[in-house]
Design a protein around this ligand. Structure first.
Ligand code: NAX
Ligand code: K
Length: 216
């Protein structure tokens, strides 16, 4: 297993190369990200009786909504707390919302459902976090941190800058983080480690240039 850590710019460059140059569809990468997170959830020792996925409308949210669907299909009790306007979601995340609706996954709007969950999946922000967190996004993160539930973050604990480990106002304190392709530089800092918990690096088919050249 490679122990290399990458920056936000590298993550975005490798993602774009995989999708645009190699041709692996973004939804395939999203499904692999979701499956890796789902498997890490099932392999851990969590109370799965009341699961809430907290998702925003970027691709990190799409990963989380796909995880919600995998859990629902498995027969588990899962709800989605959606932040932001679904009409401005990324195309992949819109597709995940459509699939989640097919499976009638409840969408909740009451922060108390987060506080009373037994497991929370944090899919608010990943490497796309770009500014200070305020308003309803901050309220949701504070509710996640106030809950007794275990918390699993997707890619990056929301609120952590994946380059510096800085908290952009407020950040999720996770018990574990499934991070995609490579670890992120910011998660190796003291603050990054405190917020990530146990880090699982998931191979989802995105590789750095040197590994790609090796395989050709
Ligand atoms: N693009 C890809 O190839 C892949 C992306 N993946 C996932 O997608 C994530 C990156 O997705 P995105 O680039 O869509 O970015 P994110 O989903 O991390 O966040 C971007 C969204 O958050 C908003 N935002 C940023 N800071 C905010 C703030 N402080 N308050 C409110 N809104 C804020 C942006 O306007 C944008 O809508 C990764 O971390 C990973 O989880 C994975 O699915 C693997 C493949
Ligand atoms: K996240």
């Amino acid at each position: 297993m490679m122990s290399k850590a990458i920056t936000i710019a590298e993550a975005q460059r490798y993602d774009a190369h995989t999708i645009n140059e190699i041709g692996i569809p973004a939804l395939v990468l999203m499904e692999r990200a979701a499956l890796a997170t789902f498997n890490n959830i099932l392999n851990d020792d969590f109370d799965l009786s009341r699961i809430v996925v907290v998702a925003a409308t970027g691709n990190n949210g799409g990963d989380g909504i796909a995880v919600a669907r995998l859990l629902k299909v498995r027969g588990l009790n899962v709800e989605i707390y959606l932040l932001g306007d679904p009409d401005s979601a990324t195309p992949q995340t819109k597709q995940q919302l459509k699939i989640a609706d097919y499976y009638s996954i409840p969408r909740i709007t009451d922060l108390n459902r987060i506080v009373n969950a037994t497991l929370i999946v944090d899919a608010i922000f990943g490497v796309g976090l770009s500014r200070l967190i305020t308003g309803k996004f901050a309220d949701a993160i504070n509710a996640i941190n106030a809950a007794d539930a275990k918390t699993v973050a997707i890619d990056v604990p929301s609120g952590i800058n994946a380059d510096t480990g800085d908290v952009l106002g407020v950040a999720v304190v996770a018990d574990s983080t499934t991070t995609m392709a490579y670890n992120k530089v910011g998660l190796l800092t003291t603050s990054g480690k405190q917020h990530s918990g146990t880090i699982h690096v998931a191979d989802i088919g995105i590789y750095a240039q040197d590994r790609l050249e090796h395989a050709r």
